[in-house]
Design a binder for this molecule. Structure first.
Ligand code: HEM
Length: 123
């Protein structure tokens, strides 16, 4: 139980609140996208209905907005370090046995060939 709460407090709170804050900031900087997201919500949900998790699959534009926010502002920019059990080759790079490696999510998101079609700003 203690570890469950530690996960919630240390891994779950700052990540989620930062993502919500950045999403709101990016939408305010991009009023056209805010308008589109709002229209999708009104069409799919109606004005007075509360959003449930089960509604998310019907809101592809909102999903794209959140994914683009995570690409530009990943709250956890690095992966948890991992150690190889054996020598491996990943995308042409030799990684020796016992080598500790960390993936840099922020870098992946900024590479043009990893970007989706939706963008706040045309890169
Ligand atoms: C926007 C929200 C979140 C983001 C961007 C995020 C991001 C990440 C990332 C990048 C990792 C490292 C993954 C890896 O290296 O394999 C991670 C691990 C983890 N996250 Fe999150 N996280 C989010 C929300 C949460 C929430 C809500 C919880 C719990 C309630 C949580 C619990 C964990 C735990 C327990 C790990 C470690 C997993 C492991 O040991 O393999 N995260 N998260």
């Amino acid at each position: 139980m203690v570890h469950l709460f530690l996960d919630l407090f240390f891994a779950g709170i700052d990540t989620t609140s930062n993502t919500i804050e950045w999403t709101m900031a990016e939408l305010l900087r991009n009023p056209g996208k805010l308008d589109k997201a709002r229209k999708e919500l009104c069409q799919v949900m109606g004005k007075d209905e509360a959003i449930e998790e089960s509604n998310i699959s019907k809101l592809p534009y909102l999903q794209a907005v959140v994914k683009e926010t995570l690409r530009l502002h990943p709250p956890a920019p690095l992966s948890i370090p991992r150690k190889c059990d054996e020598n491996v080759n990943i995308s042409g790079f030799n990684v020796p046995k016992k080598c500790t490696n960390t993936s840099q999510f922020m870098g992946h998101g900024k590479r043009s060939n990893h970007m989706g079609k939706f963008k706040y700003v045309q890169a």
